[in-house]
Ligand binder design. Structure first.
Ligand SMILES: Nc1nc2c(ncn2[C@@H]2O[C@@H]3COP(=O)(O)O[C@H]4[C@@H](O)[C@H](n5cnc6c(=O)[nH]c(N)nc65)O[C@@H]4COP(=O)(O)O[C@H]3[C@H]2O)c(=O)[nH]1
Length: 877
């Protein structure tokens, strides 16, 4: 078919190159890979609608379409679209009937028309085109008025099809055989042929200007024209025929059509022949399948994404609901939008109570303005804040929380919400506090411990040296506190310590501090004093407070303390020296009688040196055979004869001379050597007693002191048994003197030990009776033989002027009666005067011991005291 010969079309083709566009690469760059399905159709709608009234003639409607180069016209009645007439409809017009063109357009229009709301999305439009099988949708507003028109072409061609068009060849889009009409046909015949072939264009050949093309649009122009229709289509055909190569891309074809504002283009095969006509609708048809397919995929994708999002949301929601942390979402106007159940649990506010409110109801008032300024500053700069904050629960309780706030921003970067996540850290705080307390405070008394005291002292010393202050450190140690512990048990001892701690604290001024260093030792820091007297006065006050009776579990206890004071800078440059010197002063206070205080003086160091050297000498005293025993007689108050002797230890120190037991026995107890010494005393006493027996002297019972520590540390019946065996002393000649404190601990065990001793034949007496805390019920349980009335009571029988002191006398009488009531012997110690002896005899006391009869003497010297009346002349026998 000589289609390509001659004419403008062939000339164009012969001119070699079909129409070429920018490179594929450029096209590729333009690719919009995503169908903007979620965008409203407003972006692609044609708002300039070509419209006419229903009574408009077909001719007029066609004319308007031609002029506007529109493919359709909307028929509007009273503002509402009632139908549409398109180029395709023009082919049905009988051009041979002149009246057909004068008919109202309403008679030939398509109705009803398909509409879509202007807010619908492009995706919605795509679906509607497919469902309704139409190519145009009228866009309407809320009131149903037409606001524009959208065609399937617009949807398909303008959005995201470039990459597809670029990859498709023009040749692949030719869907139907090309319709070729002779130029001699009349327009009506041509229209009928087009209609019949369901073609929207045809090639016109054989005409005067070479190949031409006739389209639906030409028919519309014809209908709307004022001039009479030409006799043949030769005059109607458009020339030259614009062409494109069949291997060019559909994208190139589309661009060409748009650039030329035409709707058909001839397609030239590789061999140069005209192969067909490619129309816009061919491109559309090619795209349609792809488009619909992609639309489908996109919709599925969207649904899946939606489902995923919903799922993710529901997972997130579940996590948030189950979270132990409180979650609160606040909008940009600071109104609470959301809270989770933990929020309600932690704050007490239900969602109904808090949502819509400002979160400041949670404010505790504990944080400063600057705290909140920093918080908001951090949110503004970093979109994030994290830290500790105190908030208030609904019930008013204030609690610490660990809070994280994240700023949530919208697509434009504006703050849309604040997400706050918090946990209650009260428990953590309490634990931290507990740990801090354990590290710095004494668990029993709640006072600062040594570590905190040292810290404070360090700080106070730095201040004192910077500002030339005088500072004082006191070391306070309770006197004979061990006796309370030993006799009443640690439980009561602890309560005493707590009470003392309270009394000490109450005596101090603000800024001063008291600490428990351990055991019964306390330290006091006065960081700034005007003069040393201030510290001395405080020490006096403390001593007065301490010696007030303490009642614990029905026990009325009397405690005293000894205090040592050292001051900075005079008594030491630093912590160690000050504490050591205050300690030395405290020992000095003890040495000179307890219940007092001493200010440190350098001479005291010499004493503490003495103490150290005594300790070391004591360790060697036993092996170096430096101990001796002396014996003091006990006299029967009726017969005046020796009823027994008490062995008393002496230490012959090679340099210091004779050291009394009151000085070294406590030291030996502290050093842990008391049991060894005690065992030596026991054996030596038994040996001596055996010796007297062997000398043929009248049998006498020997009493040996056993310290409480020794009693509890060793197996006394065993030690005693061995001593008796080794010295061959019959047990009935041995008596053990125990202090009251021995009886008060582990009562049942002690009673059993005493029973064992009694079973062996050994006698038991209670020494220094009246100075301890023994209770009658304990006494009754114990298998004992005698009570020794402490010499302090004997001393108090008479006052300075020599007359009977009521109180002193009645105490002694009471103890004697008590002993007798318990079927025990009463023995008075420290009897120095005849008057005391007479008084005691008159009260029924059984025996006496004291300087009145004899001082303690050596075993040899004692021999002279056997078998005679030892009571001095003048006692009323
Ligand atoms: N002012 C005065 N004092 C008198 C009088 N008569 C006796 N004394 C003293 O009173 C103390 C009596 O012994 P104690 O009450 O058992 O008190 C003893 C006893 O508790 C302890 N002690 C002595 N020897 C030993 C021992 O071998 N072992 C143990 N564990 N303690 C011992 O040392 C304490 C003191 O013993 P000493 O210094 O020997 O003091 C003795 C004795 O010398 C007097 O009329 N007036």
């Amino acid at each position: 078919m000589p289609l390509l010969r001659g004419g403008r079309a062939s000339a164009k083709l012969q001119g070699a190159k079909p129409y070429k566009f920018r490179s594929w690469w450029d096209g590729f760059l333009e690719v919009d890979r995503h169908l903007p399905l979620d965008q409203t159709i407003a972006r692609i709608v044609h708002t300039e609608i070509l419209s006419c009234a229903p009574e408009t003639s077909v001719r007029d409607a066609a004319r308007r379409m031609s002029m506007a180069r529109c493919s359709s016209i909307l028929i509007v009645e009273a503002g509402r679209p009632v139908g549409i007439w398109t180029e395709r409809d023009s082919l049905s017009v009988d051009l041979s009937d002149p009246t057909a063109l004068d008919r109202p357009i309403s008679a030939v229009m398509s109705a009803p028309i398909k509409t879509i709301h202007q807010q619908a999305t492009i995706g919605d439009a795509g679906i509607l085109f497919r469902l309704e099988g139409v190519r145009h949708l009228v866009v309407i507003d809320d009131s149903g008025r037409a606001t524009g028109i959208v065609s399937q072409t617009d949807v398909i061609m303008r959005h995201g099809v470039e990459h597809f068009l670029m990859l498709r060849r023009v040749g692949s889009a030719l869907r139907r055989p090309m319709l070729v009409l002779p130029a001699t046909l009349s327009p009506a015949q041509a229209a009928a042929r087009l209609n019949e072939a369901r073609a929207d264009s045809a090639i016109v050949e054989g005409g005067t200007g070479g190949l031409g093309i006739i389209t639906e649009r030409d028919i519309v122009r014809l209908i709307g024209g004022t001039a009479p229709p030409p006799a043949t289509i030769d005059a109607l055909a458009s020339r030259p025929l614009v062409t494109i190569g069949c291997d060019d891309s559909l994208l190139a074809a589309r661009t060409l059509l748009e650039a030329r504002r035409i709707r058909h283009v001839g397609v030239i095969a590789a061999d140069g022949r005209l192969d067909g006509v490619l129309s816009f609708s061919d491109i559309l048809a090619t795209l349609q399948y792809e488009y619909v397919h992609r639309l489908h995929e996109a919709l599925i994708e969207r649904d899946e994404a939606l489902l995923r999002a919903r799922h993710d949301l529901s997972v997130a929601r579940k996590v948030i609901d189950a979270s132990l942390d409180g979650v609160m979402i606040v909008n940009s106007s600071f109104q609470v939008e959301f809270v989770n159940p933990s929020f309600t649990h932690l704050t007490g506010y239900s969602p109904e109570e808090i949502i819509g409110n400002n979160p400041k109801v949670l404010k505790s008032g504990r944080q400063s303005e600057s705290f909140y300024r920093d918080l908001y500053d951090s949110l503004a700069r970093f979109d994030h804040w994290q830290g500790e904050i105190w908030n208030r629960r609904k019930n008013g309780e204030i609690f610490p929380e660990w809070l994280t706030i994240n700023v949530i921003r919208d697509e434009d970067g504006d703050v849309s919400q604040y997400a706050a996540i918090f946990s209650d850290i009260s428990e953590r705080k309490r634990t931290e506090e507990r740990i801090k307390n354990l590290a710095y405070f004494d668990v029993l008394t709640g006072l600062p411990n040594r570590r905190l005291f040292i810290d404070r002292l360090q700080l106070a010393l730095a201040n004192a040296s910077r500002y030339n202050h005088v500072l004082a450190v006191m070391v306070l140690d309770l006197d004979l506190f061990k006796r309370i512990n030993d006799s009443l048990g640690h439980g009561i001892g602890d309560q005493v310590l707590v009470e003392i701690a309270g009394r000490l604290s109450r005596c101090l001024r603000e800024g001063d501090s008291v600490a428990r260093m351990g055991g019964d030792e306390f330290t006091i820091l006065l960081p700034q004093i005007e003069q040393i007297e201030t510290a001395a006065r405080l020490a006096e006050r403390l001593l007065t407070q301490i010696k007030q009776p303490i009642v614990v579990n029905d026990h009325e206890l009397y405690v005293t303390a000894s205090i040592g004071i050292a001051v900075f800078p005079d008594n030491g440059p630093g912590i160690e020296a000050l504490i050591k010197n205050a300690d030395t002063a405290m020992y000095r206070a003890k040495d000179i009688g307890r219940n007092g205080f001493q200010l440190y003086s350098p001479a005291m160091n010499a004493r503490s040196f003495e103490r150290l050297s005594m300790e070391s000498a004591l360790r060697h005293a036993l092996v170096r055979n430096q101990f001796r025993l002396v014996y003091q007689v006990k006299v029967d108050l009726i017969s005046g004869r020796m009823s027994g002797v008490e062995a008393l230890i002496r230490w012959h120190h090679p340099e210091s001379g004779l050291i009394p037991p009151t000085e070294f026995i406590p030291l030996a107890e502290n050093m842990g050597v008391i049991s060894e010494i005690g065992e030596w005393v026991l054996r030596e006493a038994c040996r001596q007693c055996r010796h007297w027996l062997d000398l043929g002297l009248p049998p006498v019972r020997i009493a040996v002191n056993v310290s409480a520590l020794q009693f509890h540390e060793t197996d006394i019946p065993d030690v005693v048994g061995r001593a008796l065996r080794d010295t061959a002393l019959p047990p009935q000649f041995l008596e053990l003197e125990l202090t009251e404190s021995v009886l008060m601990q582990r009562v049942d065990e002690v009673a059993e030990v005493l029973r064992d001793l009694r079973t062996m034949g050994v006698r038991i007496s209670i020494d220094d009776f009246g100075t301890g805390y023994s209770s009658l019920s304990y006494l009754k349980k114990m298998p004992i033989d005698a009570l020794k009335v402490d010499r302090s009571f004997i001393h108090d029988i008479f006052n300075e002027t020599g007359s009977v002191a009521d109180e002193g006398a009645s105490i002694v009488s009471t103890i004697i009666n008590l002993a007798h009531n318990l079927k025990l012997k009463a023995i008075a110690e420290g009897v120095e005067t005849i008057a005391q002896a007479d008084f005691l005899r008159a009260r029924g006391c059984d025996e006496v011991q004291g300087f009145l009869v004899s001082r303690p003497v050596s075993g040899e010297d004692l021999i002279s005291l056997f078998d005679r009346n030892l009571l001095p002349a003048g006692t009323e026998m």
